[in-house]
Design a protein around this ligand. Structure first.
Ligand SMILES: [Mg+2]
Length: 306
């Protein structure tokens, strides 16, 4: 790819992706409130404000802040930012809280990340849930997006599946943002093929991305049955499904988020991933983009993200 992206264009793409990620996270988490039904959203009835964002958004804001400051991922700085900004009540999993507490109290991140889950390292979906804006930032280079995504994942997720999940989501967001710059919607099958080519072929995440491509055009329940919906909170159970949704609804943010809500499972995280990818292509306040009304209903992003 032979063009130069200026820093302000990169940041605009990343911030639009972050808007889509945070609205998806905040709206998705509303469906854990008892009595909330996916049918309400399908009928256009939105949950009452405010929609509070969760760990997905808090960590994604640190990724964007790091890119804004440095233009790349500095692992030591990112690990410390995650650790110092972690508000545990935002829905962090117990494994994440433990790793971030270790980092905050002085354990080097490679040691902390490797210690998770009895020394296997985390294969959770936490590195994937925060990374879409990074992919949008590197819209000019999917390979750079993959390398930076790996770096961003490693500070908390030492397991190959956790890392593969982040690489897959970032590369998808890079293709989406590239399509926006080019003025062409990427074809769903080509987008998924491009993602699969960037992901470690030894992983289950890779297998499910390829399976997602085979399932394009099929009904939502069939995709959920084959790919998962994040209910196991692993990268394997989350990323293939989210890429299936995003690739097939890239020009319709509300429809993409509704699909996540209807699928159930780890809805704040699936909607965060899907929202981050789709908004990288469709934008904010545009036809098919993040609706302004939804954005206005989301709790404001943290003040430290200037
Ligand atoms: Mg969450």
């Amino acid at each position: 790819m032979s063009f130069t992206l200026f820093a302000d264009t990169r940041l605009t793409l990343a911030r639009d992706s972050l808007a889509g990620l945070s609205v998806g996270d905040a709206l998705g988490s509303q469906f854990f409130v008892p009595g909330r039904q996916p049918a309400d959203l399908a009928a256009g009835r939105l949950p009452p404000p405010p929609w509070e964002w969760t760990d997905d958004t808090e960590m994604a804001c640190s990724v964007v802040a790091e890119l804004s400051d440095a233009g790349h991922i500095d692992q030591d700085r990112l690990a410390l930012a995650f650790a110092e900004r972690c508000e545990p009540y935002r829905g962090y999993g117990p494994g994440a809280v433990t790793v971030l507490r270790l980092i905050r109290t002085g354990t080097p991140w490679p040691v902390a990340a490797a210690s998770a889950f009895d020394g296997q390292g985390s294969l959770g979906n936490g590195a994937a849930m925060r990374v879409a804006p990074l992919g949008a930032y590197f819209a000019d280079s999917p390979s750079r997006a993959a390398a930076e995504a790996r770096a961003s994942a490693e500070v908390t997720h030492a397991h190959a599946e956790g890392i593969a999940g982040a690489v897959a989501v970032a590369v998808a967001a890079a293709f989406a943002a590239r399509g926006r710059l080019d003025g062409h919607r990427p074809a769903a099958d080509r987008l998924l093929a491009g993602v699969a080519a960037a992901v470690d072929p030894a992983t289950e995440v890779h297998r499910r991305v390829r399976l997602a491509a085979d399932l394009l055009g099929r009904p939502l329940p069939q995709a959920v049955a084959a790919l998962g919906n994040g209910s196991r909170v692993t990268a394997q159970d989350t990323v293939g499904f989210t890429l299936w949704v995003a690739a097939s609804r890239l020009d319709d943010y509300p429809a993409a988020i509704r699909a996540c809500v209807e699928a159930g499972g780890d809805v704040d995280t699936t909607a965060a991933i899907v929202g981050g990818i789709v908004a990288a292509y469709a934008g904010v306040g545009t036809p098919g983009g993040v609706p302004q009304r939804w954005l206005a209903t989301r709790e404001p992003l943290p003040q430290w993200l200037s």
